[in-house]
Each structure stands twice: as C-alpha cells, then as structure tokens.
Design a binder for this molecule. Structure first.
Ligand SMILES: Cc1ncc(COP(=O)(O)O)c(C=O)c1O
Length: 409
C-alpha cells in the first residue's frame, strides 16, 4: 500500500523490530500470520489497545482522533451508557433463541417505528448492513413479483455477492464472476463530475434523475431503485433529485430503497438522511453505529404494508433478535435523543463547512467542499478548471494528518 511506510514511520524502528521479532499477541505481524489478507483491511496500519469518545489508542499509548471510525461513532467509542446497558442485559437475558422474542428486541422495533419517517413501521434485525441489504432485495422481489433493480455505479452496499451485484465499485466486483441478473446501474448524481455534463450547463438539471425514469419506463418491470441517498465518496444530490426519483418509482411500480447504513442516526443533522430531502423511501436500511459502535446490528425498516413475506425466510439470522445488541441500540438512540446529538451534528457541520470554505479560498488544491451535518468532504484537485483528481496529494494529506494525530478514511 502506497504511503504505508510513511505511516509506520510514526512507530520507532526499535518498536517495529521488537514487534516483528516477538510477534506479540495483537501486534500487526501476528495479525498477518493468522488472518487472510484482503484489500482494504491488510496490511494493518497499526494495532489498537483502546478506544474512547473520539479517540483510538495504539499499543504505544498514542492517541488519534478518529474521523474514520468505520462510521460507527454516533455516540463515541466505548460510550459509558451503552456499555452499562450491555452489561445489564448480559445479566438479564444474553441470547434469544429463534421463534422466541424478548422485551428489548420488541422495544427496539417499536422505537425504530417511532423515529423512522412516514409509515416505515416494521423492521427486521440482523447482525450486519450487508445482510440487511440482502433482506431488502428479497422483500422487494416478493412484494413486487419482479427481480430487476436499478442501483448506482460507484456505490457500496456490502461485500456479499448480492450486495456487490447492486454495488458499483470495481474493487469489489472485478474477477468475482457472474453477478445477479437484472441489476442495472446508472451514473450517480455527482454534480461535480456529472457524466451528463450538467456542470457545463450551470449545475444539476436532473438529467441523471430523468435517466433513471427512462430506464424504469423502458424496462417496465423494475422491482426497486436501491441507493445511498448520499455517498461517502462523495456526492450530496439536491433534494429535487430524490423527489424526482421518488415520483418516477411510484409511476412505474418500483420500490425505493435507501441504504443509510453509514449516516443514519444523526450524522447528517437529521435522524435519517432521507429527511434532508423530504423523501420517504419504501424501505430504509440502517446499521453500523446502531449497536453503539460495540455490537454488530443492522435493521431493515419497511413500509407497514410490505409485511407480505410471512411464508418466506427473508433473513433467518441466528442473532436476529439478540437482546444484548438490541439493548446497545436502545441505549444508543436514547443517548442521541437525550443529548440532542442530531441538532449538535447540524450545528457543528455548519461551523465546519464554513471553515472548509475559508480553507478553499486559501488552497487552490481544494476544488470543492461539501457537507450535510457532520457528513463532510473536501475534493482535492490538481487543477480547478479540469477537476482532475489530486490522488497523490490526497494520500499525502492523509498521512500528514495521521502524523499529527488525526485518523481519517
Ligand atoms: C453504504 C453502505 N452499505 C452497506 C455497508 C455494509 O455494511 P456492513 O459492513 O455492516 O455489512 C456499508 C459498510 O461500509 C456501507 O457503507
């Protein structure tokens, strides 16, 4: 990995050789000995021994602000209220066998129905976001009697075969053999680098949304449009984009499924990302920080009248109603509400975006800045007129930030 040496340079050569020789448990070298290598996970940057609030701490006791955090940090790492709820739940009921239910799981499903917009009132829980996306795809097939989907190039919905079939990142799809049939892809609503050239016409004129309707009409049997309402790397469409797609889905009998796994629960200055666009999807998928950044937990939240698969297995996951995970999620949502974190995110985001705009005035390397609450992005370009990506410079910024104690993606 390019730049890796720059980063491990933060660890002294003595520390490196000791760790290599001893291969102490939990060190990077022992990790490489026992874990299969895979892109984006290995080689490991460093080994951690602690995480708290906004910080991660390595084996040498160095602390880094973690702006990456795999998007699980709505309530901060090791949130004491979430940990207390988990400990109490471990003593009360630590597992729930399938076909049984339990109070915390029901309380969580009721809470999700309460906070989710519109008539998104029924949930299915599972351990991870990828599985929740798979359940949404299956429910869309059953509910519509159709199997085709429209999703976006460059999107990510998880790493399983069904998720990469609708995903649009080459890294995940390449060399993986045949994908699911009927998974059509469209260009994302990326105004800065619009494939339809809208930046030459003074900004987004919704050609990309009309193209989605064009496919819905031509195919005539699309089950669902599945998309991240905003994309971490990196676009934030205007509200009219989703409003146009919503209407098009309704006209052509397709469901709209939003993958809000990385940014629901307050990150964007709203509890759910779709609320920024005044659009309610037919299904909403959340995950990541739902378990407080401690327990793996994701949820498919669907329109009440989509409860149409009683005789099919949509998920059937062993930890479907895990009470400890549900207790973590209830404590997480309660912490977000009690501490008004959604409003806080909107306010901090406004301040940060203002600061980023000022930075842009000073640095020609910055081509654009974007933000929605604390979902923030800085586009680095070699030349503002050509908008050519400044990838090497972006990498250098990342490693310089690391050397100053800031970890980001
Ligand atoms: C938009 C999006 N969808 C789906 C997933 C997959 O979630 P998980 O890793 O919990 O399976 C991710 C994870 O990064 C994501 O960012």
């Amino acid at each position: 990995m390019k730049g890796f040496e720059t980063w491990i340079g933060c660890i002294s050569p003595k520390e490196m050789s000791t760790s290599r020789k001893n291969g102490s448990p939990g060190s990077r070298s022992t990790d490489a000995r026992y874990f299969l290598k895979q892109s984006l996970s290995t080689p490991c940057l460093n080994a951690l021994q602690g995480c708290e609030g906004i910080y991660i701490e390595d084996l040498q006791g160095r602390r880094y602000m973690d702006f990456h955090g795999n998007n699980v940090h709505q309530v901060g790492f090791s949130n004491p209220e979430v940990i207390a709820a988990i400990k109490a739940q471990l003593d009360a009921l630590s597992f729930c066998t399938r076909r049984y239910t339990n109070r915390v799981a029901v309380d969580l499903a009721a809470k999700l129905a309460d906070i989710a917009p519109g008539n998104l009132n029924k949930s299915l829980l599972c351990p991870g976001g990828t599985e929740a996306i798979g359940m949404a795809m299956k429910l869309a097939r059953i509910a519509t009697g159709r199997h085709k989907t429209i999703s976006m190039w460059d999107s990510f919905h998880g790493a399983s075969l069904d998720a990469i079939s609708i995903g649009g990142e080459a890294l995940f799809r390449r060399d993986m053999g045949p994908m699911l049939p009927g998974t059509e892809h469209v260009p994302p609503p990326d105004e800065y680098r619009c494939l339809f050239g809208c930046h030459d016409r003074g900004g987004c004129d919704l050609t990309c949304a009309r193209y989605i309707e064009y496919i819905l009409e031509k195919e005539g049997d699309i089950a669902a449009v599945i998309a991240e309402p905003i994309r971490s790397t990196p676009y934030i469409p205007k509200a009219e984009f989703w409003q146009t797609v919503r209407k098009a889905c309704d006209r052509h009998g397709a469901l709209l499924i939003f993958d809000e796994i990385p940014h629901a629960l307050g990150r964007t200055g709203k509890m759910f990302t779709c609320e920024n666009f005044a659009v309610v999807p037919d299904m909403l998928v959340i995950g990541k920080g739902l378990g407080g950044g401690i327990f793996p937990l994701a949820a498919l939240i669907a329109r009440e009248d989509l409860d149409v698969a009683a005789d099919r297995a949509l998920g059937h996951y062993t930890h479907e109603k895990n009470p400890v995970a549900c207790a973590a999620a209830l404590a997480t949502i309660s912490y977000i509400e009690k501490n008004r974190l959604v409003e806080h995110s909107a306010e901090l985001g406004r301040i940060a975006l203002g600061g980023m705009k000022t930075m842009m005035d000073r640095h020609p390397l910055i081509g654009d800045v974007r933000g929605l609450g604390l979902f923030l992005g800085i586009e680095l370009v070699k030349d503002r007129s050509t908008r050519q990506r400044a990838s090497e410079e972006a990498e250098e910024v990342m490693y310089r930030a690391l050397s100053k104690g800031l970890n980001h993606g």
